[in-house]
Design a protein around this ligand. Structure first.
Ligand code: S3P
Length: 176
């Protein structure tokens, strides 16, 4: 038990948020909540369908509502979608849930993982140049996280242990 209500995982598409969230939930004895799954269940449509039929703005509104709907919940490792950081109003919501953790990954790993179609409207069919520039635009936002872990050379299980240690140390520091 890390001594906080929940943990929120952020990072670019393909950085391994879901896998790390599962490891972390296992370590904490908590549950994983995938924000994209909540959006899909609420909309009754897949993410590509939402983007194609309603546009990205509508998707972002569903994302914010899904986040707001989690307030008050405990014992969750929340795996967010890569673009959650782009709406300012999402930040206080994420921070209210718990510490926000950014999984930083080397660009060549992201490139390899996003090469083949994966049901991501902001990656499928786009050039690497466009994907990379989106990553670079978002990087300063991801860096606002409470904890930043470089996941390039670590296994998901090790990343989960590093996150837990960082959160526990951070909370200890805050408690003096
Ligand atoms: C998005 C990332 C996706 C999903 C949607 C938009 C983004 O989630 O929320 O396709 O804007 O980066 P993953 O990061 O889990 O792929």
């Amino acid at each position: 038990m890390p001594g906080c209500d929940n943990i929120v995982i952020i990072g670019f598409m393909g950085c391994g948020k879901s896998t790390v969230a599962a490891e972390l939930a296992h370590l904490c004895g908590w549950r994983v909540l995938d924000l994209d799954d909540v959006i899909v269940a609420t909309a009754g449509k897949t993410i590509p369908e939402i983007f194609a039929e309603e546009g990205e703005g509508f998707f972002r509104s569903l994302e914010t509502s899904a986040l707001r709907g989690l307030l008050g919940r405990k014992g969750l490792v929340v795996a967010t979608g890569g673009g959650v950081v782009t709406r300012n109003e999402n930040w206080p919501l994420m921070r209210e849930l718990g510490p926000v953790v950014f999984l930083r990954t080397a660009l060549d790993i992201l490139r390899a993982r996003l090469q083949s179609p994966s049901g991501r409207p902001l990656a499928d069919g786009l050039s690497w140049q466009d994907i990379k520039s989106r990553y670079q635009q978002r990087l300063p936002l991801y860096q606002q996280a409470d904890v930043i872990v470089d996941v390039t050379d670590e296994s998901p299980a090790e990343v989960a242990r590093i996150i837990l240690r960082a959160i526990e140390n951070g909370l200890d520091e805050k408690h003096g």
